[in-house]
Design a protein around this ligand. Sequence first.
Ligand SMILES: [Zn+2]
Length: 263
Amino acid sequence: MEFEIIDFHTHPFKTAEENICRHKEYCGMSAENTPEYLKSLGISHICGSALSLLRDFPEGSTLWDKIALSNKTALELAEQYNGFYTPGFHVHPKFIRESCEEIEKMSKKGVRLIGELVPYMCEWSDYSCKEFDEILDVAQMYDMVVNFHTIDNDQIDQMVKKHPKVTFVAAHPGDGENPQRHFERMKMSENYYLDLSGTGIFRHGVLRHGIDVCGSERFLFGSDFPICSPSMYIGELMLNPLYTDEERRNIFSENAKRILKVK
Ligand SMILES: [Zn+2]
């Protein structure tokens, strides 16, 4: 059985500094060969944010300069990759006005994806702060999908409770209490989804557990390429007999297409 595969969680890169692969010199990776490499694994489309904030910046650059460059890089790569990549962009609670303007600007360009947001990389640690509330209100107005890195569970609970109409996609199911906390939030809000990237499916049975309690409509295939190897995640879904083909189809592509409103 062939499946269309959308990798909802990637961080495409333009330069070596923003390529977060820890072993990049062994992988023959470049910005140019990213689509070709991922297509060779069966992935037909990718989504996610660029991390140009990891580049060396001239002295005096502000945090927003770094964020804005990341967003610009995402748009440039989307153009270069010619339909292969849905860019995601960053916002930041220390820059409410700039973030809201960015949402408006991106919406005009047809971009509907915020994130993956990576607060741990940019001096931010609380999703439940009132500054982020303002940004999420605007994100909701523009019908954005918000993909975010999992940090403190209690803060995420508050954020989701305060914004029941925002479409959230949490990243990384995790270990310990994290998967359960994600599943509880899925029950709390029908607009809460989970992508399988990063720590996703390394605990055997975690995805079967999630599907049984929340349904396969709530999970999105994601790898966190280039820091993680997409073939590992594809292997779990394709090879493990725990899943039905319908569940695979939902997770690989149908759910992403539905929430991003693409055919
Ligand atoms: Zn990520």
